[in-house]
Design a protein around this ligand. Sequence first.
Ligand code: 13P
Ligand code: SF4
Length: 307
Amino acid sequence: MPAQEILDRIDQLRRERSAVILAHNYQIGEVQDIADYVGDSLGLARQASETEADVIVFCGVHFMAETAAILSPEKTVLLPDPHAGCPMADMMDVPELRRLKAEYPDAAVVAYVNSSAAVKAEVDVCCTSANAIPVCESVEADEILFVPDKWLGTWVDRHIDKTVHLSSGYCPTHAWITPQEVTAMKERHPEAAVIAHPECSTEVVDLADEVLSTSGMVSAVRERPESAFIVCTEEGMLHRLRKEAPGKTFMTPSARCVCPNMKLITVEKILWSLQDLEPRITVPKEIADRARSAIERMVSTLAESPA
Ligand code: 13P
Ligand code: SF4
């Protein structure tokens, strides 16, 4: 089908089905461009909980669609490619989490939103990269068990006055960005500001002028005086930033920083998904009911900086 025909058909179906298309900042440009809302994990979860649409087409990865299904159990949540997972989320499962909870019985358990619904059902509160620090500050306990991202957990640990226990998960996509690459790019472009996602390693984060969630990056590039930015996160972010700040220059330190799961969603798959109302993402009621309050607390906690 010609490209314009696909877009027209998507528009027609989104009206007929009362559907909203939500896209993460790492989606391919064509998907971002047709979405009703493009944002970070926190913004997307908020949209999913507030939308009046009957159908949510989630252009992101599996844990994001699960979060939407938990927040809006009465809605149909579609993930246009069911294989779009998150390897970091897969680095923590329920038996390992229970083992860690037994090791640190006095710790409040905080799960990064990049985790399965089954893991979320076992924790006290969830957070995203935008509000990890305020969420961890807000828990009453002096000790925190933070799963699964060791790098985001390390970033939190540096900013709060509590003991933070970490697990060993990490994002394989952000791990591609090395401090050597960032340093080399800074030397070539000394005028550029470095913005980094907290899923980057501590060595990369230490080279950044600001450490931000993906939507935090959008606000930062609008507000900062520099006209060039070295962007340490998944390369889909460059499309969003170029649209938001067209007069500015954005560079990636590593061409390998591509999340293959985020790239599985295409406009063709969105069309098939709207036509068939498949693949649907559902969460068993027993798990959803136990995970919901931890996610709702995440959604209601303000981002550190406007996101
Ligand atoms: P945010 O968009 O919430 O910063 O998250 C990045 C990410 O890796 C999502 O998988
Ligand atoms: Fe998971 Fe990393 Fe991809 Fe985000 S960028 S979905 S954390 S693998």
